[in-house]
Design a protein around this ligand. Sequence first.
Ligand SMILES: NC(=O)c1ccc[n+]([C@@H]2O[C@H](COP(=O)([O-])OP(=O)(O)OC[C@H]3O[C@@H](n4cnc5c(N)ncnc54)[C@H](OP(=O)(O)O)[C@@H]3O)[C@@H](O)[C@H]2O)c1
Length: 265
Amino acid sequence: MAYDVQGKNVLVTGASSGIGAALAEGFAVRGATVGICARRADRLAEVLARVQQHAPGSRSWTIDLSDLGGVADFAAQVERELAGVDVLVNNAGIPKRRHVTRLTPDECEAVMTINYFSSMRLTLALLPGIVERGGRVVNISSVAARLGPPIEAAYAASKAALTAFSECMAVDLRETDVGVHVVNPGVIDTELFHLPDNEEGFHRSVDALPVDAIVEPVLTMLDTGAIEGYVPEWFTDVVASKFQDTDGFIAGTKAYASDAESARS
Ligand SMILES: NC(=O)c1ccc[n+]([C@@H]2O[C@H](COP(=O)([O-])OP(=O)(O)OC[C@H]3O[C@@H](n4cnc5c(N)ncnc54)[C@H](OP(=O)(O)O)[C@@H]3O)[C@@H](O)[C@H]2O)c1
């Protein structure tokens, strides 16, 4: 089941910063040719320059993946210009930290559009080629998909959709050589926690990991074939404890959120 990324073509979405940029470099260092995409052309160019030091054939595309009508054409362009995709990393995403009473349907749908629908469309468009090449699909989900965190209803729902899609896809592709992986970061120090139009989060109770900490765990998942992985790993036990006693866990989360809010005021 070990998967060597050397010589493979890897597409990483949302690679202009944070986890996507770190993964793009990580794949390039290990000998993959990497395609990267995002909306901010200047930031993408900086990442591409670093990636090309290791993998000169790598390239970038500036695209807004929430424009769903363009995703299939983009997939075809990447397949053409990268000469096929072996590994797709669906990483592009946005946060939404907003109390459910202040959420609007439009906000929920915007989060779902980039965090789930665009990844779903890109996956379906690239899947025939990935099946043919016995490739890998890596979906960057979140611990939020599993835990019911405060003020993250819109975000957690979008990630839960991505996680469920991934698990079912892994089952459906059982007769192929394709591997499917769901990565659930906990708190990784990225710009995601500083974007405007978000309420004050509850993440400060968890020590943030530096962004490079995500690279080895993801590459190890490709090697071991593990379908789901948490970074940091101790979130595996937190999630297991939730599923053993969901009522107790949600009661604990409510108490934690109330205490944290009182401490702020
Ligand atoms: N950091 C964490 O602790 C954490 C925890 C759980 C899950 N995650 C997930 O990890 C992924 C990466 O996030 P990050 O923490 O690395 O934050 P980040 O630095 O803000 O990265 C998000 C990336 O997604 C891109 N993106 C956002 N909207 C896009 C759009 N409409 N079209 C194309 N690209 C778009 C951004 O680029 P542009 O703005 O240039 O388009 C950026 O490259 C996200 O899916 C996030 O939900 C992160």
